[in-house]
Design a binder for this molecule. Structure first.
Ligand code: S3P
Length: 427
């Protein structure tokens, strides 16, 4: 599709779409809890709809009246064998987290997804849940989907030092640990998003977190709850950056979830000198706020170490931000970017360089030379929603010609109303 270009000012406010990570988990917790769970502000993006359908396939009754989603949970033991292979679409969160849930079932489940899912590493989940007693195998003896998961009633607890910093892996192990007979201990490599831990507590479970160490005794029974999903800071990120780099702009983003394990981009914007104000609106347990950004003079910084998991999904749009800063920005310790929906290190460097940026891909990140003017080009999202949205924000800086984006439809994975929301800011 042809992208919007040449914007000299963006102004107005946007209600940020709901959080993808929390939306997935709200269906999952609703399904494994006893009784009714109601979900308000569920994200109806393709990924979360894959999770919703997956649990319907597993026999869970789920109603959607267009506003509230109601899940009638019958506990882990109420899940039933799916009549067909479960299609997770493009969703890594669906396939990885569901593996942990299926680990304690008494049946076999086949899981498959799109071209991107077929290339995503699964050993990271398969190894620990198989160690707990499940039997999960990949396609043709590899670690890649389609996967077959055979659960066991006799799941054993695990003591696991995670080799990767991944909330998906941690969450899968926690779902299995909730069904295991005894205490599991998980030690994270770096602290990652903690929505699963929060929701175990919210649904009446018992979990202890001490720094990077998590303890959970199984088996546990959870009870249905009311979940209100906040806005997704990972979706807000595109407009935060747009407001900072497009001349003469001020953008207000309403109801953005501010869980501290997700707010690395706010720290980065502040360190780069960006004008950002935060008005907190949530409560202590569920932090949220209204964020306002204005066009700013920015400086390059280094982004590495423990902040990386707190902004892992925002790195493509942060790379664009850095192209407009003074000086060099260095991103390190972000090798996980290579195994996202696409290799995001290569995709960011290749596509932005086509538009005139000066970005060097490295083994574990990017070196971005700032102050570059962007020009028109034909670019692709590689079927990755976050690369697609980043390229549309980049195109706003292009003065003339056309910017053609291939595979723009991927954006509906996390932000179906992205182009409409953007258009509201310049009409
Ligand atoms: C997610 C965890 C992250 C993130 C993904 C969503 C989650 O993946 O990139 O978009 O909801 O747990 P990893 O666990 O692979 O880092």
């Amino acid at each position: 599709m042809e992208l919007a270009i040449n914007k000299v000012s963006l102004n107005g406010s946007i209600d940020i779409p709901s959080d993808k990570s929390i939306s997935h988990r709200s269906i999952m917790f609703g399904a494994i809890a006893q009784g009714k769970t109601t979900i308000k502000n569920f994200l109806r993006g393709d990924d979360c709809l894959s999770t919703l359908q997956a649990f319907k396939d597993l026999g869970v009754e789920i109603e959607d009246d267009g506003e509230v989603i109601t899940v009638y949970g019958t506990g882990f033991s109420g899940l039933k064998q799916s009549k067909k292979a479960i299609d997770v679409g493009n969703s890594g969160t669906t396939i990885r987290l569901i593996m942990g849930i299926l680990a304690g079932t008494t049946f076999v489940t086949e899981l498959f997804g799109d071209h991107s899912i077929a290339k995503r590493p699964m050993n990271r989940v398969m190894l620990p849940i198989n160690q707990m007693g499940a039997s999960c195998t990949g396609h043709d003896g590899t670690e890649f989907p389609p996967l077959t998961v055979k659960g066991t009633e006799n799941l054993q607890p695990i003591e696991y030092h995670m080799p990767v910093a991944s909330a998906q892996v941690k969450s899968a192990i926690l779902f299995a640990a909730l069904q295991a007979h005894g205490e599991s201990v998980i030690v994270e490599k770096e602290k990652t998003r903690d929505h699963t831990e929060d929701m175990i507590r919210q649904f009446g479970g018992d979990i202890t977190v001490l720094g990077k160490e998590i303890r959970l005794k199984g088996p546990q029974k959870l009870n249905g709850q009311e979940v209100i999903v906040p806005g997704d800071i990972s979706s807000a990120a595109f407009f935060l950056v747009a407001g900072l780099i497009i001349p003469d702009s001020q953008i207000i983003l309403n109801n953005v979830g501010l869980n501290p394990t997700r707010t690395g981009i706010i720290d980065v914007i502040q360190q780069m000198g960006g004008k950002l104000t935060i008005k907190e609106t949530g409560n202590k347990a569920n932090k949220a706020g209204t964020l306002t950004v204005e066009t700013s003079v920015l400086k390059g910084i280094e982004i590495s170490g423990e902040i990386i998991p707190r902004l892992i999904d925002e790195l493509p749009i942060i790379a664009l931000l850095a192209t407009q800063a003074q000086g060099k920005t260095i991103i390190r310790n972000a090798e996980e970017l290579k195994v996202k929906e696409t290799n995001r290190i290569d995709a960011v460097a290749t596509e932005l360089n086509k538009m005139g940026a000066n970005i060097e891909p490295t083994e574990d990140g990017l070196i971005i030379h700032g102050n570059t003017a962007l020009h028109n080009a034909k670019v692709t999202s590689y079927g990755d929603h976050r690369i697609g949205m980043m390229l549309q924000i980049a195109a706003l800086l292009v003065k003339d010609g056309t910017v053609e984006l291939e595979k723009a439809e991927a954006i509906s994975v996390s932000y179906p109303s992205f182009f409409d929301d953007l258009a509201k800011l310049y009409q």
